[in-house]
Design a protein around this ligand. Structure first.
Ligand code: ZN
Length: 148
């Protein structure tokens, strides 16, 4: 990953080597969504368990490059235990950071993305943006299923 700053590279590699919240959840009560990035061969399953409007648990399965897998790991950390609207705000903020279109205006108060900010350098590599956003696109599908 040339061009990424060392600190960011460290954060990404840490999540890649020790992914958080890996595994699966029983469906139902959880829902599962599948994501695939044919450009790179990344595959992701997002298991989402929402209870009383809160992300009670989230797990990720699949395989792929360090960007896709570390982004998924950071995503689980960023949304677990959060009320669904707050998880949605993180999702929107991350999409904005990656230069994707998001419905509605940006919130007045910036959303803190923590480790996820390590991925902002990926914007410089358009071919990798799909890697970084795969887990999030898949999460959006899972949320759609929950709220349907
Ligand atoms: Zn990839």
């Amino acid at each position: 990953m040339p061009g990424l700053e060392d600190l960011y590279r460290e954060i990404i590699l840490d999540h890649y080597r020790s992914p958080r919240n890996r595994g699966s959840l029983e469906t139902p009560p959880a829902v599962v969504a599948q994501g695939h990035n044919p450009l790179c061969g990344d595959e992701i399953q997002v298991y989402l368990l929402v209870e009383n409007g809160v992300v009670a648990d989230v797990k990720v399965g699949g395989q792929g490059c360090s960007i896709s897998q570390s982004s998924a790991s950071m995503m689980t950390q960023a949304i677990k235990g959060k009320p669904l609207p707050e998880a949605q705000r993180v999702l929107d903020a991350f999409r904005r950071m990656m230069g994707l279109e998001v419905d509605g205006d940006a919130p007045d108060e910036p959303v803190k993305l923590g480790d996820l900010e390590a991925l902002q350098g990926v914007v410089k590599f358009p071919v990798r943006i799909k890697c970084a956003t795969l887990a999030w696109t898949t999460l959006a599908q899972a949320i759609d299923e929950v709220t349907a």
